[in-house]
Design a protein. Structure first.
Length: 285
């Protein structure tokens, strides 16, 4: 093994010892994971509140009695497709929150003092073996190096995933998340306002009406029919872009909690597998 390779490996081992000993990477990983969990719970709350106002809209009825015949309409039923998507989105957000919770638990396990201590000891032993002349050709040096790097990779993998995940989020996903969340909050407020104006139109009974009262009732019913069409338009406009924003949020959280962690774990698996199979040649110095 050339001297510059030994210097490089020693520097890598020293950096790993510093990261493990200072717990700087662990603290940063915990902070980013907490932020990710907070975003997930906030978005889950927005979805549930949106589901609530949609349910109110679907249960709100407007009664008409044209020519004495009672008819009842529920303008909020136009929101059925959006409500179905919101309910599925809520399940996605719940699973995303659970995934982030699992990552928090893995961060605690990886920072376990015994695991950290073993990683540091192995790193120190591997560094010493690199520069001990008696171990230059011994199998022990190869074993120590491989064990040290495998343990270090396992020790630092979870906080590295958390840090890299947050960096990717800030660089590529944050604008999409912020816009979608803001728009869904506005959609919830708009549907809530429409619900408030609709709730004033409730079914009523009119017994023993005179001819004049019946004429007034017919005119009022015709006016309310126009109002129902307006309500349908208002609900449709409020929900027009909500589906797109829900899909955007699903993409953000699926990427953060499923796709990227699995891709990173796959890369770690391949790296560890190749490291174990790596054959270190005899020294030439």
């Amino acid at each position: 093994m050339h001297s510059y390779i030994k210097i490089l490996l020693t520097m890598v081992l020293a950096a790993a010892i510093g990261l493990i000993g200072s717990q700087a990477l662990d603290e940063q990983g915990q902070h980013y994971t907490n932020e990710s969990l907070k975003r997930s719970l906030i978005t889950f709350g927005v979805a549930r509140s949106l589901n609530g106002v949609i349910s109110v809209a679907q249960g709100t009825e407007i009664a008409l009695q044209p020519a004495g015949v009672g008819l009842t309409f529920a303008p909020g039923q136009i929101l059925d497709p959006l409500n179905d998507l919101v309910e599925r989105f809520s399940w996605v957000m719940l699973m995303s929150s659970a995934s982030i919770g699992i990552q928090k638990t893995l961060l605690v396990i990886s920072a376990w003092p015994l695991f950290s201590g073993a990683s540091i000891v192995l790193a120190l032993a591997a560094s010493a073996a690199l520069w001990t002349p008696a171990l230059q050709t011994a199998p022990l040096r190869t074993i120590l190096l491989k064990c040290a790097f495998v343990v270090i990779i396992l020790r630092l993998a979870v906080p590295l995933i958390a840090v890299a995940n947050e960096l990717i989020y800030q660089e590529f996903l944050a604008p999409q998340y912020q816009e979608a969340t803001q728009q869904l909050q506005q959609t919830r407020e708009r549907i809530g306002q429409i619900n408030d104006s609709t709730l004033s139109q409730t079914p009523s009974s009119h017994a023993n009406q005179s001819l004049w009262d019946s004429a007034q009732q017919f005119y009022t019913s015709a006016t309310e029919s126009i109002d129902i069409e307006a309500k349908l338009d208002q609900y449709g406009a409020a929900a027009a872009d909500a589906s797109e924003y829900l899909i955007n949020l699903i993409v953000v959280f699926m990427f953060q909690t499923v796709i990227f962690p699995l891709a990173f774990l796959a890369a770690i698996y391949v790296g560890v597998k190749n490291l174990v199979r790596l054959k270190i040649r005899r020294p030439v110095d």
